[in-house]
Design a protein around this ligand. Structure first.
Ligand SMILES: [Zn+2]
Ligand SMILES: [Zn+2]
Length: 793
């Protein structure tokens, strides 16, 4: 149970922050109880992240970095000390965030959580036949057989044989898939090389490649490729790197395939330039490895079994099933190992991830799934007295799963850790031992601690969070009538069981269900790709570091024109991406230093002082402000600036109004896009698409990162879209959004193979009346009870 009475031993045990001024924080001082759970609340932009991540976690990280030797520090980014007077009582901070996990195909849910390590020991102890130590079951370890000689002093050299049994499939090198190359994307075989046959970006016959191809003598550059002999084609495609001499210059010739393998295909696809990424996606086709059948494992590793299953079978099972299978293994010699394995697998089920399998590539997990997977790793950790920092851990969770997530947060605390959580959902705020509420507003209107203390204190405090904490939605007295239906027939992506459903059009539809029930598979698999459907997700917005809300929404266009007209000069001067850019930083405002393996470091450009423009451009003004000052305005301020007076610009004003409508009034126009959260990116996309055509809008969890006080605004926005004739389909767990829907589609009943069916479709009132599904039970409690009762759930 939550309790605020302090143990005598930790009555003076606090993390104390005094005079924090990072970003918008206004001399903030807080005292956080150690080994307790503290929740940080406040509207978006109020300064929660600046306090928790930018001050407390950042300083802990910096102190740890300073303990490394000067040599190691030389490779690390130099972190500056956060703007704060006093910070004491800090412990090691571990941030458990929603960053997606790396895209390395060899990283899976099993390897990321140490479960695979445990399974490998298990199989090396119990598997029949015995094939070797745990590494023999690892798809990350190749088999090595080496022979060498070893000489000690003047003794005779001894022959040494080195053998290591690894479990890696030799064909696909542990990837599970092999890539084939679509040759028609490499060249047009009706043309000759000189006639422009090659379609690979950067391969121009005018440059070095032309000299090499013409000078190598392996084929005739004027003969169409389809007329090449077998030998010529082989040399063109596959020839190993070979030294050649052309016009007296030493060059290396290599076939097209080894060259693009090395230069493009082995690189992280997200790091490539867009046109090269597009090429790689066209040319590389992936197929399951024929040798290991996609299991990534060598034949030996697959031959060794426990109760008829090999380690690949175990990793392919749904984790909830694997937990049951492990429970059935009785073997006293490995009892502690089995205990630890069961415990970890049970944690997966408890945290609502029982539908995953261990062989799922970790790069394909959603942000919420990735955060919970990282959490499991820490639950199994023997470290204590650590400060865990969570960023909205309830994202993607059904009310049923939030309860379970809460239990895990409390378990981390009870192991003796300090748990700091940034969160908006009332169900999680309710378990806090201590609450810190920031505000009162966002940006310059925020940055103060408006309340710190207990939950009851927060409720009585009268702050925005306190007032809205007990908000409960009520069902609408009537719902809208659909104008038609969008038919889905026989949907079977992932776990869907041949689902037939009619999604009503012209109304607000909420699609819900526990995590893993099949919501996203249904909507993204059967609705999103259709004509006239606009899908607005939280994925990263591709663009350069110079992109910002103004460039992304095309707001900069009318602003540049207004500046140009007012000053009688060219619009291009007012773009940090073109003529007006500061030449030193090329308009980025900062200078990036790439550190190779480590994250890069950025420092503010000394020439323009981060303003991104040439000094001469800043002499032109509109309504008394220069362009850098305008880009420093918040959306809200800009609505006023462009709405009336000297700077009145209706085209800019219309775009800004839409941004304010989606709850982004606090964003600065020039804030770099990579600093936006997933929820902010989604709302920004929504603002841009609101003016677009397309009749059906699909939104995935638009309440992410949204303060309780902003919910009404979001619901109003969804209503306006529907009233303007659009169909709105929302994948959402927030009960206030469900209560506000015209129609609910509930998937389940469980997750993974226990889900994938429609368990309810109808109005919210019918769902509440029937209480036949988990969602129905929770929604009934939400709309029907007082806050006190809701808390004890
Ligand atoms: Zn293979
Ligand atoms: Zn500069």
């Amino acid at each position: 149970m939550t309790s605020t009475s302090k143990h005598a031993a930790d009555s003076h045990d606090l993390i104390r922050v005094q005079g924090a001024r990072e970003n918008n924080l206004k001399d903030v001082s807080v005292a956080l109880p150690k080994r307790r759970l503290t929740v940080f609340t406040g509207v978006s932009g109020s300064g929660k992240s600046s306090l928790v991540f930018g001050t407390i976690a950042a300083e802990s990280q910096r102190m740890i970095n300073e303990t490394y030797s000067a040599f190691v520090q030389g490779f690390m980014p130099t972190l500056s000390r956060p703007e704060v007077d006093v910070l004491d009582g800090l412990t090691t901070a571990i941030i458990v965030d929603q960053e997606r996990m790396g895209a390395d195909p060899r990283s899976t849910v099993g390897t990321a959580t140490d479960v695979n390590a445990m399974l490998r020991i298990l199989f090396s102890r119990l598997g029949k036949p015995y094939i070797g130590p745990p590494n023999a079951y690892s798809f990350n370890v190749p088999s090595v057989h080496a022979v060498g000689s070893f000489q000690k002093g003047s003794d005779k050299a001894e022959k040494v044989v080195f053998n290591r049994a690894g479990g890696m499939c030799p064909r696909c090198e542990g990837r599970g898939s092999v890539n084939d190359i679509d040759l028609s994307q490499l060249y047009d075989d009706t043309k000759s090389l000189n006639g422009g046959a090659l379609k690979i970006p950067g391969y121009s016959m005018d440059g070095w490649y032309g000299r090499i191809f013409r000078g190598c003598g392996y084929f005739d550059p004027d003969k169409p490729i389809r007329k090449f002999t077998k030998k010529e084609l082989h040399d063109l495609l596959h020839k190993e790197p070979t030294k050649i001499k052309v016009d007296g210059i030493n060059l290396t010739y290599a076939g097209l395939i080894p060259t693009i393998q090395k230069s493009y295909l082995s690189k992280d696809i997200d790091a490539l330039q867009p046109h090269i990424r597009a090429f790689v996606e066209r040319v590389a086709t992936f197929s399951t490895c024929p040798e290991c059948g996609g299991t990534r494992l060598s034949e030996g590793a697959r031959s060794s079994k426990i109760k008829g299953k090999n380690i690949a079978d175990a990793c392919a099972m749904q984790i909830s099933d694997l937990a049951a299978w492990v429970r059935g293994l009785e073997e006293p010699s490995v009892a502690p190992l089995l205990g630890a394995l069961r415990h970890t697998l049970d944690s997966f089920v408890e945290i609502g991830l029982g539908y995953l399998s261990l062989d799922r590539p970790s790069g394909t997990l959603s942000g919420g799934e990735a955060q919970r997977t990282k959490m499991i790793r820490h639950l199994g950790s023997s470290l204590t007295d650590v400060t865990y920092v969570f960023d909205e851990p309830t994202i993607g969770l059904h009310p049923h799963d939030i309860q379970r997530m809460n239990n895990l947060l409390l378990r981390l605390r009870d192991k003796g850790n300090t748990v700091l959580v940034v969160e908006h959902k009332p169900e999680t705020i309710a378990i806090a031992d201590h609450v810190v509420d920031l505000g009162p507003g966002a940006g310059t209107a925020g940055g103060e601690v408006v309340f710190q203390g207990t939950l009851d204190g927060l409720r009585a405090s009268g702050t925005l969070t306190g007032r809205h904490l007990s908000d409960r939605a009520s069902l609408k007295p009537s719902v809208r009538k659909p104008s038609g239906v969008l038919k889905v027939r026989g949907a079977h992506a992932h776990n869907l069981k041949n689902v037939d459903v009619d999604i009503p059009l012209g109304v607000l539809v909420v699609v819900t269900g526990v995590a893993g029930s099949g919501k996203s598979s249904l909507i993204h698999g059967s609705v999103s790709g259709r004509d006239g459907v606009v899908s607005i997700d939280q994925s990263a917005i591709h663009g350069s570091r110079r992109s910002n809300p103004a460039t992304y929404t095309d707001l900069l266009e009318p602003i540049r024109k207004a500046f140009a007209k007012a000053n009688g000069v060219k619009p291009a001067l007012f773009s940090a991406n073109s003529e007006g850019a500061c030449p030193t930083c090329n308009g980025a405002g900062v200078i990036y230093t790439d550190l190779g393996m480590m994250a890069g470091v950025s420092t503010v450009c000394e020439d323009c002082e981060g303003r991104r423009f040439q000094a001469s451009v800043l002499e032109y003004r509109l309504g008394g402000r220069h362009i850098a000052e305008v880009l420093d305005l918040s959306v809200e301020e800009a609505v006023g600036f462009f709405g009336a007076g000297e700077a009145r610009t209706p085209a800019a004003h219309a775009i800004l109004k839409r941004m304010a409508d989606v709850g982004l009034g606090y964003l600065r126009l020039g804030q770099p896009l990579p600093t936006l959260s997933g929820g902010e990116r989604q709302r920004l996309k929504l603002a841009t698409h609101m003016g677009a055509d397309g009749g059906v809008y699909v939104l995935d969890e638009p309440t992410t990162g949204l303060h309780l006080a902003d919910l009404q605004q979001l619901l109003g926005l969804l209503d306006r879209l529907v009233d303007a004739g659009k169909s709105v389909i929302v994948i959402e767990h927030h009960q206030a959004v469900m209560a506000h829907a015209d129609w609910i589609i509930d998937l389940g009943p469980g997750a993974g193979h226990d889900g994938g069916r429609i368990v309810f479709e109808g109005t919210p009132a019918d769902l509440v009346a029937a209480k036949s599904t988990l969602t129905g039970e929770h929604l009934a409690a939400f709309v029907g009870t007082r806050p006190k009762a809701a808390r004890s759930r």
